[in-house]
Design a protein around this ligand. Structure first.
Ligand SMILES: NC(=O)c1ccc[n+]([C@@H]2O[C@H](COP(=O)([O-])OP(=O)(O)OC[C@H]3O[C@@H](n4cnc5c(N)ncnc54)[C@H](O)[C@@H]3O)[C@@H](O)[C@H]2O)c1
Ligand SMILES: O=C/C=C/C=C(\O)C(=O)O
Length: 491
């Protein structure tokens, strides 16, 4: 897309892009410069209703009963088409997020075809349970499970990994025979509409995939979750919003999958290879400018190696290159919006007021180009705080982490688990028995040992406590996006 604000990002309903016409609209902004690059057509309640009705009709017109092989073929075609149009998706993600092209290529866009192929494979290979039952009167019965699509699924996604998280939900939902109405984040509308073109080219019937753009409360997001014909909601976003979505859906008792916030901890033991641990920790703190729900914001380091690991992390933070998204040398992009930049800055100011010793960063950088009108934040590390401080308890969602020394394994586990969140953790040690032992004692949904954000899409993904309800990934996705019926036949 050019820098021409007359460009429109449109809603996609019942197999067509909807003419913006007189409708409400809002700016699409490039966070690297703060420039408006397009206008986004905001879906009103009526258009959301048309989208849900269209999805229901697509199910009734046969999508839910299409042979698995048909659905699998469409998903695999979609994966191929995303790869054919890879650079268009890169452009859409960079325009919306300002993230480095190297990350967009290796993670954000690469995971879209991977998500479609993973769930195509899983559905193609999926079997069902059955039991031969011996009855009390000496007879026999057969019990078997039939899985049917959930129905019309509301898919609500955040702005940090727009295409990755969208396809993480849409792929299994479609693979299981559902129809979806997607509400992308207002900050990152581009790739969801582009995906509509690809799914249409892949042969997806009209009405199975719909996109409505807008905001949350009082806008498209809430119009969607409160719609009486929605059969389930899969939501990824903040814990506060997840709680609100749950309340909205509760009166109709519809299933929700909630992937929410985190305040993730890493534990570094004194037997590590310091360089290896620093490299891994730097990735887990600064990837996507810290705007990944799995990012580490609390690092507990055993005292004998505390100074060496801290020094290594400061060097790693100073070595990051904040710059133009399309420059292959750029390692770190901006925060997503002025609002989020101001929120992260407020958190850094709070850290100082709570007694933090800021080792590196602490505010907005001066980049001396048109980037200075973007929403940038220096990679920031501090020591001197404890778990009693708000900064070490509340999610910041930026390129920041607090570094804290510890003595014993039990102390480290207690510190890491001292949180209302429970999404992810990382344990760094060369004693693998300790690695297995500590990882298993973390109260989280995902626990890595000597690595971070290494993913097998067949494994369950999700968190506990304020980090969410339910799991997606592998059979967890197949279970969320279908309703099982147990059939019992007397033989
Ligand atoms: N657990 C995960 O997998 C995961 C992944 C990415 C982001 N997150 C979390 O998301 C947050 C950042 O993303 P965000 O700022 O977009 O989150 P957010 O909760 O503000 O918004 C997420 C989505 O929900 C929509 N929304 C907002 N209010 C709504 C309402 N009342 N009804 C329906 N929809 C509504 C938004 O428009 C957006 O599309 C962070 O807390 C981060 O930890 C979690
Ligand atoms: O910011 C949150 C990242 C979520 C990542 C995934 O859901 C995934 O890798 O499948």
């Amino acid at each position: 897309m050019t820098d021409d604000a007359s460009q429109w990002i449109r809603n996609y309903v019942d197999g067509s892009f909807v003419d913006p016409g007189w409708g409400l609209s809002f700016d699409a902004v490039d966070p690297s410069t703060g420039h408006v690059y397009a206008r986004v057509h905001e879906a009103d309640r009526d258009l959301v209703d048309r989208a849900v009705t269209s999805a229901r009709r697509a199910l009734d017109d046969g999508w839910a009963d299409r042979p698995v092989a048909d659905r699998v073929g469409i998903l695999r075609r979609a994966a191929d088409l995303i790869e054919e149009r890879f650079d268009e998706f890169i452009a859409a993600e960079l325009a919306d997020t300002g993230k480095p092209i190297t990350q967009a290529r290796s993670l954000d866009v690469a995971r879209a075809p991977a998500n479609f192929r993973a769930f195509a494979d899983m559905v193609a290979a999926a079997g069902e349970q059955s039991f031969t039952t011996e009855t009390a009167d000496g007879g026999r019965a057969l019990n078997y499970t039939v899985r049917k699509p959930l129905g019309v699924v509301a898919v609500i996604v955040p702005w940090n990994l727009p295409l990755l998280l969208l396809t993480w939900k849409v792929a299994p939902a479609l693979a299981c025979g559902n129809a979806v109405v997607v509400k992308p984040s207002e900050d990152t509308p581009g790739s969801a509409s582009l995906l509509a073109e690809v799914l249409e080219q892949a042969g997806l019937p009209r009405g199975v995939y719909n996109v409505v753009h807008g905001f949350g409360a009082g806008s498209a997001g809430e119009f969607l979750t409160s719609h009486p014909k929605i059969d389930g909601v899969t939501f990824t976003g903040s814990s506060a919003t997840g709680s609100h979505v749950m309340k909205t859906v509760a009166p109709r008792v519809r299933p929700v999958s909630l992937e929410l916030g985190g305040k993730n901890a890493a534990i570094v033991f004194d037997d590590v290879d310091v360089d290896e641990a620093v490299n891994g920790l730097s990735r887990s703190i600064f990837t996507n400018t810290g705007q990944v729900c799995l990012c580490t914001e609390r690092v507990y380091i055993q005292k004998n190696v505390f100074d060496d690991v801290v020094a290594g992390l400061v060097d790693a933070a100073n070595a990051l290159t904040l710059g133009v998204p399309t420059d292959p040398g750029t390692t770190t992009g901006p925060l997503i919006s002025a609002k989020h930049r101001d929120k992260v800055q407020a958190c850094l100011d709070l850290a100082v007021s709570e007694g933090a010793d800021v080792l590196v960063g602490g505010g907005a950088p001066t980049l001396g180009t048109e980037l200075d009108s973007g929403f940038w934040m220096q990679p920031t590390l501090w020591t001197g705080l404890t778990n009693a401080d708000r900064t070490m308890r509340e999610e910041i969602f930026g390129p920041v982490a607090g570094l804290v020394p510890f003595d014993t394994e039990d102390e480290a586990i207690a510190l890491a688990n001292d949180t209302e969140y429970g999404l992810a953790s990382a344990v760094w040690t060369n004693d693998l028995r300790r690695g297995h032992r500590v990882a298993g004692r973390m109260n989280v949904g995902l626990s890595w040992v000597n690595t971070w954000y290494l993913r097998d899409l067949r494994s369950p993904f999700g968190g506990v406590g304020l980090s969410g309800i339910g799991r997606e990934g592998g059979e967890s996705s197949l279970h969320f996006y279908t309703e099982p019926t147990n059939v019992c036949v007397r033989l």
